[in-house]
Design a protein around this ligand. Structure first.
Ligand code: GDD
Ligand code: MG
Length: 343
């Protein structure tokens, strides 16, 4: 079965980190999330994958190419203009089979897809939506279903008090090709605001079933940091690309660590990183490849992207520092920079 990954959005809520990067390419433990996702799908036997791309599509294509190095076949469905979540699926129509999977590519998850596929086969709807429960559903698509699992209402981002339940669209669907007849050609269309409500209104068989396993939409700074924390806490089983050198400390190659440095686990440090005299790194911190933590700095509960530099005795906690940024709290200009990065 083929999978279509929706990876074309602007990633507005993750700015400025996504100013030059498609959201699914944001690094999660030294690899773009999209790479983890593709590997996870491949491990479940899904080797034919279509990427629906627009925003910085070149960065996705130049990184993955035809997918051979990851053991998958990748195809790209380009949009000349953003077509929205439904328009992007319609645009990829010719590359999809009779039944296919769709994923929002910014969903960090680790779920077994078999129960979802079996549910879809058993209920014979046009669409089966993977569902998960959250405390505040107002940032998501919220559903109401019958006991048999048919969705009778789908409301995208309702006010909290108007949400019909706490059960939300997890951004993972099994779809029949016939559902695409309900999506207009060549215009922007939202699957959440237009297609699902129309299919439901016309009784076309939209079902929902709960998914089981780790799930998180990484689309805000808080949730992006939470994903890292969850990996450290063992809630999300992610394969790290750096070996563990001692309990709770993972390190890449060619790392320079000066004297009098404190490494407080859990910590992951990427290839070629430099940790200078008197600094503290960790706990719950990821240091990107070739990042530099300057003398007497402290970095905790943070994610430092590759080639970033932390200088001037800066104390960071709960921060994300973007690719190549320099943070020096001692200078006013740099403080503004830091605020921009930390939002
Ligand atoms: N190709 C393409 N074209 N992809 C798009 C487009 C588009 O025009 N618009 C959005 N996407 C991609 C984004 O890149 C992202 O991976 C995915 O579609 C979902 O878009 P988001 O912008 O992240 O949506 P959201 O998080 O606000 O809401 C969606 O996800 C929730 C689950 O996290 C909705 O599907 C909600 O109903 C759902 O609950
Ligand atoms: Mg999202």
């Amino acid at each position: 079965m083929k999978a279509l990954l929706l990876a074309g959005g602007l990633g507005t809520r993750l700015r400025p980190l996504t100013e030059n990067l498609p959201k699914p390419m944001t690094p999660v433990f030294h690899r773009p999330w999209l790479e983890h996702l593709i590997v996870h799908l491949r491990d479940q036997g899904i080797e034919d994958i279509v990427l629906a791309v627009k925003y910085h599509a070149d960065k996705i294509q130049s990184y993955f190419g035809d997918g051979e190095s990851l053991g998958v076949n990748l195809q790209y469905a380009y949009e000349r203009q953003l077509l929205g979540t439904a328009g992007a699926i319609k645009n990829a129509q010719a590359m999809l089979g009779d039944t296919f999977l769709v994923f929002n590519a910014d969903i960090i998850h680790h779920i077994d897809l078999q129960p979802l596929l079996e549910f879809h086969r058993g209920h014979r709807g046009l669409v089966t939506i993977g569902l998960t429960e959250v405390e505040d559903p107002s940032q998501y698509g919220v559903v109401q279903r019958t006991k048999l699992g048919e969705i009778i209402r789908f409301v995208e981002k309702p006010r909290r008090e108007e949400a019909p339940s706490n059960l939300i669209n997890a951004g993972i669907y099994v779809m029949e090709k016939a559902a695409l007849d309900w999506i207009p050609e060549s215009r922007e269309t939202s699957i959440e605001r237009e297609t699902f409500p129309t299919l439901i209104e016309n009784g076309m068989g939209v079902y929902g079933t709960s998914i089981h396993g780790y799930w998180m939409d990484m689309g805000t700074h808080e949730r992006y940091l939470q994903v890292h924390r969850d990996v450290f806490d063992g809630k999300f089983p992610l394969r790290l690309s750096t070996p563990m050198v001692r309990d709770g400390v993972w390190m890449g190659r060619n790392i320079e660590i000066a004297a009098n440095v404190r490494i407080e686990p859990p910590v992951v440090i990427g290839h070629g990183a430099v940790i200078e005299y008197g600094s503290t790194v960790g706990p719950f911190t990821v240091v990107g490849d070739q990042a530099v933590i300057g003398p007497d700095c402290s970095v905790r509960n943070s994610v430092i992207w590759p080639k970033a530099r932390i200088k001037g005795r800066t104390q960071l906690s709960g921060a994300i520092v973007g690719h190549g940024f320099t943070v020096t709290v001692g200078e006013t200009a740099a403080r503004e920079e830091l605020e921009a990065v930390m939002q």
